[in-house]
Design a protein around this ligand. Structure first.
Ligand code: GYE
Length: 307
């Protein structure tokens, strides 16, 4: 027969694993590094990646996931822009027999069997780290410490948990007062705009800025300078991510501290996809390990930074 003449190796060669990934957008330096990490790790691992950018909109992510289901990809992974509203589409993936991996941000669904594993940072702990740094920094201050807060995207896991973790620590001393708190959607432009409004309303009353990411802090630094104040001196600034832009700001003496949140999830994700395809059971939670960097160590640490 014809088939007898076909070399066996042609049949033995395994089909490439296909991974559908729905990314949130390109809102921050963190996100750009995360996308880059996922794309390069897929290439390295020989996994075919179908990548879709949702431009910060949940409806676009739902569309992307539905299209991955229709294309019958092997595995779906996504970083959910907000926590709630995923039940329906996740049930569709489950019904199609396609496993779903959550990266970076968590979902809030009653049925945990709708996703296989969640890999990413502990945002609650990041908020606590920010809070602990501030409590220590202000330990000798007797009067009120007035804080303004730039929150991340409304309804997102990091915005919810970074707020909660920070509050949990600072509420142990009533001198700490959050006098304004508003979303800056994790972007520089919004961070600047909202900080301008805070300055207009509160002016020199503001002692501390707590930003849920570095990009918003960097935007806010501009607003503070334009208002004729000295960032990191007149207003103490704390942010999260530890991207290169934050290190540059610290080395310029404009940012006091950044809490690390690593976006380099690509290699871990590809390993999980391979393990899943090999029939292995994954741990339900894979936590990223990370530290905290005050401005005093910025110049020394900068050359070691990978994002
Ligand atoms: O901190 C922020 C990004 O989900 C951890 O999203 C991520 C956050 C990150 O836009 O910069």
């Amino acid at each position: 027969t014809m088939a007898a003449g076909v070399p066996l190796a042609a049949f033995a060669q395994k089909k490439k694993i296909v991974l559908g990934f729905s990314q949130i957008g390109a809102e921050s330096e963190w996100r750009t590094a995360n996308t880059e990490s996922i794309k390069s790790a897929a290439k390295e691992a020989g996994i075919e990646l179908k990548f879709s950018d949702a431009q910060q909109k949940q409806e676009n992510q739902i569309k992307a996931i539905r299209s991955f289901i229709a294309q019958r990809v092997d595995v779906i992974a996504f970083s959910p822009v907000v926590e709630s509203g995923w039940e329906t589409v996740l049930r569709e993936a489950k019904a199609a027999g396609i496993p779903v991996i959550l990266t970076d941000r968590a979902v809030n669904v009653k049925d945990d069997s709708l996703w296989v594993t969640f890999m990413g940072s502990d945002f609650l702990e990041e908020g606590r780290k920010a809070g602990r740094w501030l409590v220590e920094k202000m330990k000798d201050v007797k009067g009120d410490v007035n804080i303004v807060e730039l929150q991340g995207t409304v309804g997102s896991a990091p915005a919810i948990d970074r707020k909660r973790g920070f509050e949990e620590i600072i509420k142990t001393d009533p001198k700490f007062k959050i006098i304004r708190s508003q979303t800056g959607d994790f972007t520089r432009a919004k961070g600047k705009e909202v900080m301008e409004a805070f300055l207009k309303a509160e002016g020199r009353k503001i002692n501390v800025l707590y930003a849920h990411n570095d990009d918003m802090a960097i935007g806010a630094i501009q607003a503070i300078e334009e208002a004729g104040l000295k960032p990191a001196q007149d207003i103490i600034i704390i942010s999260i991510d530890a991207v290169k832009g934050a290190f540059e700001a610290m080395m310029a003496g404009k940012l006091n501290v950044t809490v690390e949140c690593s976006p380099l999830l690509g290699p871990q994700l590809m390993q999980a996809v391979k393990d899943l395809m090999a029939g292995k059971t994954l741990p339900k939670r894979i936590v990223t390990e990370e530290g905290i960097f005050p401005m005093e160590v910025a110049a020394k640490e900068f050359p070691n930074r990978k994002y």
